[in-house]
Every structure is written in structure tokens, then in C-alpha cells.
Design a protein around this ligand. Structure first.
Ligand SMILES: C[S@@+](CC[C@H](N)C(=O)[O-])C[C@H]1O[C@@H](n2cnc3c(N)ncnc32)[C@H](O)[C@@H]1O
Length: 307
């Protein structure tokens, strides 16, 4: 396996692929081996001394790994090639219809989970999420808290199909449908108002689309990730409507009194560029307890709001 690892690293270097080559090579190897040995479920299992005996390298694994490396140097995101991304405590299936789960979103989920553990570990609570995507956030909540009851909205039917697949694998078919529902709004302008017809929630969270056309965006992201996951009201923006990257935060502030209990709490991933402005909007809307949590690069990434 060490020879194959070197072969991929050399191949990346020859083709000028400089984006985390060591980490990406390990992920390619893990996925190529796992396609052959399904029992391999932990990354660490492959990179031990014993693994060469337990999981011998075969010509088809080598061919598969080199195929993945060849796709990768074309600029295709590694997660689209392997079809998965690990997030928080689980491996999630992903495709081009969902945002690839980001490491910084783990800050959002770990803060939500800490709050729930302190407040409702053994009691039922209700949650709502706008923008389900691959399902990472709601799935982790449903997995960790068996008494949780939730609802999520998602504009893309293909993303909903991916989220359902992840729920079926991680929570189990038949184990989530009676406590979690998914709504598909028909228009990208529809935001938190979809939750108004349900009982007010204890907790609302979202990693909404929040990118501005003026933000710096990597080419790979722009080319391969769904624009509905990046830019709010994408359909409208396409038709010349003025963009508003803060659209979903403002939409929440318009509707929160009908969808969040008076003692409820909201968690939002936010763009660091507009963190202060968003915080002020929440303060002006009457949220007196507002916390901002930084990501690992020291930039504001999470807003927590209570009245
Ligand atoms: C930034 S992604 C987040 C996905 C996932 N929750 C995560 O954290 O990886 C935002 C998601 O919101 C969805 N979305 C966009 N407009 C929406 C709307 N009006 N209502 C519901 N979902 C919407 C997108 O399709 C996308 O899946």
C-alpha cells in the first residue's frame, strides 16, 4: 500500500495538484479499499501495520484508486468522486445536489448538541431546520436524542432524496419517519414561514445559503456545488432581483415570534464578513442574549440567540 500511496502522491505532484495531497491520497486509498472490503469502516483501521494482512491490496483496488486520482486532477471535488464525506460522528453520502458538509459546520452541531444535553436530555423537545441539504444537522440531532421531534425544509427535491438516504442508513428505515418530516417549499423566497402552521419550536437551527456574489468563492465550489445552497433566492437573483445575502436571517427575524417558543433558542451558521451586521439585526429584533462562536481560524461562524 505504501507503494500505491507514493504512486498517487507522485501523480498529484506531476499534475500540479497541491490541495492537501497527503490527506486526499489517504481518503482515496480508504475509499478504494472500502469498495472492496465493506467491513472496513474506520479510516484508522487501514493505516496500521496489520492492515496489509487483513486488507490485501489487489490490482482492482489499485485501478480504482488511480481512477479516483485521475478524476481529482480534473478538479472534481473528492467527495463527488468518493460519494461521501465524514461529518461529526457519521459518514454521509453526498452528490452534486447537496452542499458538501464543511468542517466548520461541526461547530454549529456541537453547540446545538451541548445545549440540548444541558436542557432536554430526557425530555421531548421540538426542533426545526431550514435547508436540510444532505441532512447532516437534523440527522445528528435525531440520532443523539431519541425523544426529539423535528421538521426541516429543503428547496431541492434531489437534496431531499439524498437526506432520506442518509437518514435511512444512519437512523435506520422505520426509525425516523414518525418523528421527523420534510417540507419542500415551492419558491426560494419561502423561508421560516413554512413552520408557522406547526407548534412553536424549542430550538431552530440553520446553515442557510449566505454567500454574496461579491464574496471570494473558490472556482471548484462555484463550478460543482449547487448554487441554491450558496446564494439565497437564487431563482430571483437570476431574474435580476437585487441580491440579499442576509435574506434568511432577516426572514427568520420576521417570523420568529410565530415559530419559536418565547424561551426558545436559535442557532445559525453565519458568514464572518457580515457577522456584526447580522448580530445587530438580531439585537434590534429583541434578542437580548446573543452569543457568537468563532471557527478554528478565529473568525465568527456561529450565532446563538435567545430572547
Ligand atoms: C448551505 S446549505 C446547508 C445544507 C446542510 N444543512 C449543511 O449544513 O450542510 C443550504 C441548503 O438550503 C437549501 N435552500 C435554499 N433555499 C431554500 C429555501 N427557500 N427553503 C429551504 N431550503 C432552502 C439549499 O438547497 C441547501 O440544501
Amino acid at each position: 500500500m505504501l507503494n500505491l500511496k507514493k504512486k498517487i502522491l507522485d501523480y498529484f505532484s506531476e499534475h500540479g495538484h497541491e490541495k492537501s495531497p497527503e490527506a486526499e491520497t489517504k481518503l482515496i486509498l480508504f475509499n478504494a479499499f472500502r469498495n472492496k472490503y465493506q467491513v472496513l469502516n474506520k479510516f484508522s483501521e487501514l493505516f496500521t501495520e496489520k492492515s496489509a494482512v487483513k486488507f490485501p491490496l489487489t490490482p482492482e483496488i489499485e485501478e480504482e484508486a488511480m481512477r479516483m486520482a485521475a478524476e481529482r486532477i480534473k478538479g472534481i471535488p473528492l467527495q463527488h468522486i468518493t460519494g461521501n464525506q465524514f461529518f461529526f460522528e457519521h459518514d454521509y453520502s453526498v452528490n452534486s445536489h447537496v452542499l458538501i458538509p464543511r468542517p466548520e459546520t461541526e461547530i454549529l452541531i456541537s453547540n446545538i448538541i451541548d445545549h440540548i444535553k444541558k436542557n432536554w436530555t430526557n425530555t421531548p423537545f421540538r426542533f426545526a431546520e431550514l435547508g436540510l441539504g444532505s441532512g447532516i444537522l437534523s440527522t445528528e440531532i435525531l440520532f443523539h436524542f431519541k425523544k426529539s421531534i423535528g421538521i426541516a425544509s429543503e428547496i431541492s427535491s434531489q437534496a431531499i432524496a439524498m437526506a432520506r438516504q442518509n437518514l435511512d442508513i444512519i437512523i435506520g428505515v422505520g426509525n425516523w419517519e414518525d418523528r421527523f418530516s420534510i417540507i419542500e417549499p415551492g419558491d426560494t423566497h419561502i423561508g421560516f414561514e413554512v413552520f408557522e402552521e406547526y407548534r412553536p419550536m424549542d430550538i431552530i437551527f440553520s446553515n442557510p445559503p449566505y454567500v454574496s456574489v461579491n464574496d471570494e468563492i473558490e472556482n471548484e465550489v462555484l463550478r460543482y456545488e449547487p448554487h441554491t445552497a450558496l446564494f439565497p433566492m437564487i431563482g430571483a437573483a437570476n431574474e435580476g432581483e437585487k441580491e440579499n445575502p442576509n435574506y434568511f436571517y432577516e426572514n427568520f427575524l420576521k417570523h420568529h415570534h410565530k415559530i419559536l417558543k418565547p424561551d426558545g433558542i436559535a442557532f445559525f451558521e453565519i458568514p464572518h464578513e457580515r457577522a456584526d451586521a447580522i448580530k445587530h439585526e438580531f439585537q434590534n429584533a429583541g434578542f437580548s442574549k446573543i452569543g457568537i462562536v468563532d471557527d478554528l481560524t478565529g473568525r465568527p461562524r456561529l450565532l446563538i440567540a435567545q430572547k
